[in-house]
Design a protein around this ligand. Structure first.
Ligand SMILES: [Cu+2]
Length: 93
């Protein structure tokens, strides 16, 4: 019984790691708009959004997220559609 539980835990752990790999991508910040809480990112492929690499504008989930960004900064981040808008949901430090 103990062995079965350990195997299940290992499976859940590896599934979680795989998901993290697919939703985080990298990009370069090219413009920050604090007035409208937007950021332009020259990003790599976003697999969860089925989007190829491109430069585009995103909303940010929280205005405070802009404080850790600067133009020219390389970031790793996650994006998703929130209320129909493409939004940066997470910035990985
Ligand atoms: Cu894009």
């Amino acid at each position: 019984m103990k062995l079965i539980q350990l195997t299940a835990a290992a499976l859940i752990f590896s599934a979680g790691a795989a998901m993290a790999d697919t939703h985080i991508t990298s990009g370069t910040v090219t413009k920050i708009d604090t007035k409208w809480s937007k950021v332009t990112i020259d990003h790599e492929e976003l697999k969860n959004l089925d989007m190829p690499a491109m430069k585009m504008v995103f909303q940010v989930a929280e205005p405070e997220m802009l404080e850790q960004l600067s133009e020219g900064k390389e970031i790793r981040f996650a994006a998703d559609r929130v209320n129909g808008k493409l939004t940066v949901t997470e910035i990985v430090q």
